[in-house]
Design a protein around this ligand. Structure first.
Ligand SMILES: NC(=O)c1ccc[n+]([C@@H]2O[C@H](COP(=O)([O-])OP(=O)(O)OC[C@H]3O[C@@H](n4cnc5c(N)ncnc54)[C@H](OP(=O)(O)O)[C@@H]3O)[C@@H](O)[C@H]2O)c1
Length: 290
């Protein structure tokens, strides 16, 4: 039986992967699902010990420092967890011939494009978080069995995310203000988790010539955070006025790209995928919540 390690298993994406890992066809694999307590990826001693005690055939790395604003002041930790710790994991993986599936972000781009970003587009992060994620993804892509999936605007019924924040505010207030000049695509964790597992199985299949690479994945469609908030409130049947505002009127410590739409053409053709539209997936998430 082949062993798959999920790191950051208590985060929103890790939690989703954990749930899926108990279902067909993943039952044929043994999963190690580790939260930060069991496996702190920034603790090299602990990581080394973990690899000594477990044979890991594939790692799906969901552990990350995801506080985009906090990273601006907590730079060291963000760079360490998202960058240098990933470099360490990659060198251990290389020594153990472990396949490496890593998650990165649309925030490696500066948002100045006028068409969806393809994998070959130049990166230019405008935040510490984006910079830190770029260090990690470079390390994984330098590894012959490394795969990086850049995704965007993750949400799920669990965890701290925009979806849950909007639902909470809509319970408590009659109106809220949301930026309309940041454009991208929300992505349901369940959809990207399926893709990560498909890539892991592909990487573990000796008969498959697959050797990793860089992919963009989000749900289909495009919207602003304002549109996303409106649709969450509408589908959840809440009554709350949403006021569109500009980023300049909602200052945050970290700069975010104004446009970070990802082109999914590569992953769609290589994995023969049909990707759900973000509104369809949002419906699914709300149903899961109910
Ligand atoms: N959220 C988004 O909108 C978004 C968008 C694009 C890409 N991504 C990427 O998607 C991946 C998953 O993100 P997510 O949304 O699931 O984030 P999340 O909910 O914040 O989960 C991240 C998990 O990593 C854990 N973690 C942090 N430092 C760790 C360490 N040193 N060792 C082990 N675990 C550690 C966190 O634990 P604690 O809670 O204890 O800190 C948390 O459980 C990340 O790579 C992220 O960069 C996220």
């Amino acid at each position: 039986m082949q062993n798959i390690l999920i790191t950051g298993a208590n985060g929103q994406l890790g939690h989703e992967l954990t749930g899926l890992s108990y279902t067909h066809p993943y039952k044929a694999y043994k999963f190690f699902r580790t939260g930060r307590e069991e496996l702190d990826i920034a603790n090299s001693e602990q990581v080394n010990r973990y690899f000594e005690n477990h044979r890991v055939d594939c790692i799906i790395n969901c552990a990350a420092y995801t506080g985009v604003d906090k990273a601006e002041s907590n730079t060291e930790e963000a760079l360490h967890v998202n960058g240098y710790a990933v470099e360490g994991l990659v060198s251990l993986a290389a020594r153990n011939n472990t396949r490496f599936i890593h998650v990165s972000t649309d925030y490696v781009f500066d948002g100045k494009n006028h068409r969806p970003y393809i994998e070959e587009d130049p990166v230019n992060p405008v935040s510490v978080y984006g910079r830190s994620k770029l260090i990690g993804e470079k390390a994984v892509l330098d590894y012959e069995h490394g795969t990086v999936v850049r995704t965007s605007w993750l949400y799920s019924p669990t965890g701290k995310n925009f979806f849950n924040t909007i639902l909470k505010i809509a319970e408590e207030k009659n109106e809220l203000s949301v930026v309309y000049d940041q454009i991208g695509t929300p992505t349901y964790t369940r959809d990207v988790a399926r893709v990560l597992l498909a890539l892991a199985l592909k990487a573990l299949d000796d008969k498959d010539p697959y050797t990793g690479g860089l992919y963009h994945y989000s749900n289909e469609g495009v919207c602003s955070w304002y549109d996303f908030a409106l649709e969450i409130i509408r589908l959840a049947g809440k009554i709350c006025k949403v006021i569109p505002i500009e980023t300049i009127d909602y200052p945050t410590p970290a700069t975010r790209p104004h446009y970070s739409l990802l082109s999914k053409n590569k992953i769609k053709s290589e994995l023969s995928l049909t990707i759900p539209h973000w509104k369809e997936s949002l419906k699914g998430c709300i149903n899961q919540l109910n």
